[in-house]
Design a protein around this ligand. Sequence first.
Ligand SMILES: [Zn+2]
Length: 467
Amino acid sequence: MATNPHLDIDQKMLGDIHTSREMMDHLEILCDDFGSRFGGTEGERLAARFFRDKFKAYGLTNVKMEPYKYAAWTRGETTLQITHPVQRDIPCIALPYCPSATVETELVSVGDGAPDDFQNAGRLKGKFVMATSKTPPDVGRFIHRSEKYGRSALAGAAGFIFMNHYDGLGPATGSIADNREAILPGISVAKESGAYLERLLRRKGAVRLKLKTRNRTRQRTSWNIVGELPGNTIPDEWVLIGCHYDGHDISQGAHDPISGLAAIMDAARVLSAYAQDRIDCGIRFVAFGTEEIGLIGAKEYVKAHADELDQIRLMFNMDSAGGGGRKGIVMHYWPELDAFFDQARDQLHDDLPYGHKLSAFSDHFPFFEAGVPSAGMGDVAATFSGRGFGHTAFDTLDKLHLSDLRAAASVASRILLRIACEKKWPAQRRAQQAVDAITAKESNLDNLAVDAAVERLYRRRKKSAEL
Ligand SMILES: [Zn+2]
């Protein structure tokens, strides 16, 4: 049986976490008072100040709101009508970065939107292309909305319709560009509306739709909020823990993301109270801005802190980590850390599943691309089949449980303590070549080639529009 050199601090931190209601109190303010905290809303600004003030109250040092400029998007009115073979209104929402547009054309369905479904691109040209949010069977990886949208754009579609695949959850949202207006309009409909459109297509052969959407994209300021517990003996190295605080504008963003940030704040609270004198390297806490519209805050952080990325021992991403499921470590291919987490698991007397896996869809990714050791909280053995109520109006606070939040805060605080007390950290920043080799091998990153092709198409169109 491994001895636990940090048992004294573990007992204090866990005793405190498990007898405090502070996380739920925070979540009630963040969700019920501030709302979605979507980029550009008043709730976003209030939340940024809230984290700054809490970090200060917890005794963190160098607490800052680090501002950056980005393209904020605001939805206006969007209507979708069937104009043939019947006249009917279909409830829908615009997807973030949808440009203003009026489009009338025929509908084509590509089912679940597997890469093969986009072959015979000719039949998609100039049409509304509708794909579900479901992971297509037999593809062997999760296919993100942005890939289905991107393949539609590359096929010359006139518009994209994202159909939720869950009963009774309304339309599912998600951005269709990163930090700029999208190349073609994209909207979202409930499963029930999409199924009706599919039936109409099957029975009547052709369906015409008219979309009218008015939205606004303009430059605004957002913030990453940063606070530190300084290291005692290795002050120029850091473990960084972070989670974004913006949700989507149609929801409270309770599970995604803010459950993870509530757990981080509790970890900050107990580490500051009981472990400040024990840690060797520093711990940096970051609430990232505007993740949902292109990982913008995390990209800005990596840019602004480029000269100290070598000093980050690990970027630990807690996006949505306070929901259900086992609280383990999903490393982004850092086998040199296996021995460390194996020992930590022995000390914690917890199941702490750990392993290696990677996706491009959260704030760790800009760090991964910069070669910084990174990981997320989660269960490496779990397979992701879809978001459920995530990214719908039903991602609300009533779905969260204090027991899950406590489990996340407990694991986070104990793991941070151990990383910060390691005399010699076994992982160093990777060279660009090593990053590229992993990117090329990982099928979960196949979407990046589609993203790059859409970006090239966007630039070409923009250039020809300017000529
Ligand atoms: Zn998230």
